[in-house]
Each structure stands twice: as structure tokens, then as C-alpha cells.
Design a protein around this ligand. Structure first.
Ligand code: SF4
Length: 336
């Protein structure tokens, strides 16, 4: 189901804009089911009132919680079932954040990522994206949504934008607390900047070297790190939100002195923040996680050279659930 289909259905049942808004708001904010507050049903057209329980049941059935894997850092990885039997991962983040998936699988094929190994299986619909938020809200409050789960949001752009528009308008989430994460598809810089709700942007940089980036992200658009930062800078200046550059720190691959010089060259003076995330090692893949001490020294070094750097751990690291691993394990039947 797409959000636009839902809107058309409500309108066909006689919903005026204010009715449509109320039904969508109740859904996204999980108002009725959680609080038990009585819907002021008298205000809704009769046909809509009669159809609403079935529509609400359908919306509630878009996602179901298969398993939850709490981490010591206050995060929890959720394996979420979709109606056709596919699964995606959402992650409850500390401080009321939620990371959602925008695709089942992913076509970008980053060589260090489990999700990228099987390619794209299917798109996640706009209603299924929002339903990951409503499911999480039955567990705890959600005040920030980051599109950093399975999939490349730019490859499912219409659905992701539709979900962002609903979350930012009726979902009680500040626009800068919606974070669109991408390897850097040139289309996003115009589409998102023109949108009714403009999200903040996180861009996967990972290296300052064009040739290494092509090897690490083999099917990402052919933008050099310089071109990516230039486009990011324009978006940051247009929206007023700094760009979050993501750097998955791979031991011995992108942590050299030359790379650190490259970061300083690329990001000095930019309206930007560098998130440095030590790699979450995956069995069968060759990449290694650097020690926390080494990562901390790198972050300190960059900070001293004027780059706003945050060292972050991948949420749920202690439950060994990197991007796509819960899903992979559920499919192979190995125990979490
Ligand atoms: Fe896709 Fe993200 Fe994995 Fe790369 S890291 S393959 S973009 S899900």
C-alpha cells in the first residue's frame, strides 16, 4: 500500500481534507490504539466511519514484530515482517531515534555490507516505511527517523519522499530530525531541496579517494568524493542543516594518514559533521573493525585539525546485528 492510495481511498469514502488529516495523524502518531482515546467519530462521514476499523486493521497489519534484540547501549534491533513474508530491520536508537529500512535488499552492493550481497529484492512501500515508525511507537516514543537501514533511499525515492512528507507533516517529527541517508545519487539534491518537507542529509563518503570509493561502493553513482561534497555543501546551505558525512572505518583500508589529509582537504570550512563509525565486522567478509583506541585517536586528530568529528558506535553492536544481519540469520535459521 502506498500513502497516496490510502488518501484516495479515504477521499472515495467522503473524507474532506481535515478528515483525511485526522485519520492519517491518528495512524502515524499511534493515537487511538495506544491511548484508548475515543475518536470523535461523529465528525467523520458515515461511510468513512464504517470503513475505518477495517482500514485501521489493514494499516496495523502492514508490519509485525518478529523479534527484538536489545543492545547494551539502549538500542534494539527489530526484525520486522511485511505482509508478503519479506522482512526488514528497524533499529530503536538511544534518545528516541529510529532507523528504518527503505528497501528489501539493496542494489548498491557495498562490499562491506551484508544487505548488499543479495542485490535488490523489492522496494518498501511508503506506507510500509511509515508502518515501521508506527510499530516502533507501540514500543517507545519516536522523535527522530533516520533512513539508514536496509536499502538505498535514493533508489526508492518517490516512496521515501512520500513517507517523509507524512512523517514531517502529521507525524510530529521535526524536519531536521528526518535524516535521509544516501551514497550520493545526484537526483536527491534537487528533489529533496524542492520538497514540502526537507530532511537533513547524511552522505556516505567512506574515503577521499575516487578509485577506492568505486571499489568499496561498486554500483553507487560515479560521483567523486569532491563532487559529492560539493553537492552536499549546496544542499546544506540551501536548507540550513549541516551534512552528516558517514565514514565507516575499515581497519587498514581507509584509516591512513593520507586519508585523514584527504578528509581535511574535503571538509575544511564546510557546513558539515563527520560521523566516524568503526566497522561492525561480519563473518565471511574480509574487513576488520579497528580498535576503539585507534578510532578515538583518529577522531581526536581530525578534531584538532578543525573537522567536527563524532565517533559513533554502530547501534546494537553488542548484539552482532549489523545492517542486514538479523534478516540474513532469520533466513538461514541460525539463532540470534
Ligand atoms: Fe546498500 Fe547501504 Fe548496504 Fe551499501 S551499506 S549495500 S547502500 S544497504
Amino acid at each position: 500500500m502506498q500513502i497516496q492510495d490510502l488518501r484516495l481511498r479515504l477521499r472515495a469514502l467522503g473524507a474532506k481534507p481535515e478528515h483525511e488529516q485526522r485519520v492519517l495523524r491518528d495512524w502515524v502518531q499511534v493515537r487511538v490504539r495506544d491511548s484508548g482515546r475515543r475518536r470523535p467519530g461523529n465528525y467523520l462521514p458515515l461511510a468513512l466511519r464504517e470503513a475505518l476499523p477495517a482500514i485501521e486493521a489493514e494499516l496495523a497489519g502492514l508490519t509485525r514484530l518478529i523479534s527484538s534484540h536489545p543492545g547494551e547501549d539502549g538500542s534494539a534491533r527489530l526484525l520486522v515482517g511485511l505482509q508478503d513474508g519479506q522482512t526488514v530491520e528497524s533499529v530503536l536508537l538511544p534518545r528516541d531515534g529510529l532507523c528504518v529500512s527503505s528497501q528489501v535488499g539493496c542494489a548498491v552492493g557495498c562490499v562491506f555490507c551484508m544487505t548488499g550481497r543479495d542485490g535488490l529484492i523489492r522496494q518498501v512501500s511508503s506506507a510500509e516505511i511509515v508502518a515501521q515508525v508506527t510499530l516502533a511507537r507501540t514500543l517507545r516514543p519516536v522523535k527522530k527517523v533516520v533512513f539508514m537501514g536496509m536499502g538505498e533511499p535514493a533508489h526508492n525515492l518517490d516512496n521515501v519522499i512520500e513517507a517523509i512528507n507524512l512523517l514531517g507533516s502529521e507525524g510530529n517529527i521535526g524536519h531536521k530530525n528526518l535524516v535521509f541517508s544516501s551514497v550520493g545519487d545526484p537526483r536527491i539534491f534537487t528533489r529533496l531541496a524542492e520538497g514540502q518537507v526537507k530532511p537533513a542529509l547524511a552522505l556516505s563518503l567512506h574515503t577521499s579517494k575516487a578509485e577506492l570509493r568505486e571499489r568499496l561502493l561498486p554500483r553507487a553513482p560515479r560521483l567523486t568524493p569532491d563532487e559529492l561534497v560539493e553537492l552536499g555543501e549546496r544542499y546544506a546551505r540551501a536548507t540550513g542543516y549541516p551534512i552528516q558525512y558517514q565514514w565507516t572505518l575499515l581497519d587498514g583500508i581507509n584509516d591512513s594518514a593520507e586519508e585523514l589529509d584527504g578528509i581535511v582537504r574535503l571538509l575544511s570550512g564546510k557546513y558539515a559533521l563527520l560521523n566516524m563509525i568503526p566497522y561492525n565486522a561480519i563473518p565471511d567478509l574480509e574487513f576488520q573493525r579497528p580498535s576503539w583506541e585507534k578510532a578515538a585517536a583518529i577522531a581526536r586528530h581530525l578534531h584538532q585539525r578543525g573537522i567536527l568529528t563524532k565517533l559513533r558506535d554502530s547501534a546494537g553492536q553488542d548484539v552482532d546485528g549489523g545492517c542486514g544481519q538479523l534478516r540474513a540469520r532469520a533466513q538461514t535459521g541460525s539463532a540470534p
